[in-house]
Every structure is written in C-alpha cells, then in structure tokens.
Design a protein around this ligand. Structure first.
Ligand code: AMP
Length: 111
C-alpha cells in the first residue's frame, strides 16, 4: 500500500507541484505552517531518513539543491528552514522521506 506521497507521485492523488524531475518532486504542503511551506521528496519510496542507504545519499544532495533554487525563486533565501521529521517520535506522519522547506515569516528556535 502506497503512502499519500506515493499516490501523489503516481498521479492518483492531486497536488500543487512546484518542481519535478526524474528523481525529485516538490509540492505545496496541504496544511502550511508558514507562508512558504513546501515538501521536497525523492520519488524513490524511502520511508525515512533513518532508512536512507549509502547508494541514495546523492538524492539528499539534490534535494538541498532544489531547496536552494526554490528558496531563491520564492525570495526566502535569507531565512528558511529545511528539515525532516525522522520517525513518529519526531512527528513524522507520512512514511515516505520528505523535507519541509519553511520560510516567509520569522522562524523561532527549534524546540
Ligand atoms: P510529517 O509530519 O513530517 O510526516 O509531514 C507530513 C506533511 O504532509 C504534513 O505537513 C502534512 O500537512 C502534509 N500533507 C499530508 N497530506 C498531504 C497532501 N495530500 N498534500 C500535501 N501535503 C500533505
């Protein structure tokens, strides 16, 4: 059974795409916590950061590059956060690796 993000990647669930290539997809978060709240994910179904294998490390580098590009395009390059919640103990609710790109308002300290 595919996750919500797996279904979005397959095209069976709608999303607002802001970037896509063969390996990476970026979509607007459905419940934004900041004026800019984008989710950047590999299309490969990796459950979480902790499940990432050495052979997939390049995907994380590419996700960082996509985050830099989107941050510049959206005018938040002077203040944004790129984060992933690893595991339910950290608040992960969708078990397909994704990074939150947050910005557009002052971001407080991480708790
Ligand atoms: P996390 O809690 O770190 O696993 O993040 C999951 C994120 O996915 C949350 O910020 C949700 O608002 C977001 N989300 C859930 N369903 C969708 C959806 N269909 N389209 C876009 N974002 C979603």
């Amino acid at each position: 059974m595919s996750t919500i993000f797996g279904q979005i990647i397959e095209g069976s669930l709608p999303s607002k795409k802001v970037f896509e290539n063969e390996r990476i997809l970026a979509i607007e978060d459905i419940h934004p916590e900041a004026p800019v709240h984008i989710l950047i994910l590999p299309k490969k179904p990796i459950a979480s950061l902790q499940d990432l294998k050495g052979e997939d490390l390049a995907l994380v580098g590419e996700i960082v590059q996509v985050a830099q590009k989107l941050a510049t395009e959206l005018g938040i390059e002077k203040g944004y956060r790129l984060l992933t919640n690893n595991g339910s103990g950290a608040g992960q609710t969708v078990f397909h690796l994704h990074f939150h790109l947050l910005g557009g308002r002052p971001l407080g300290k991480l708790g």
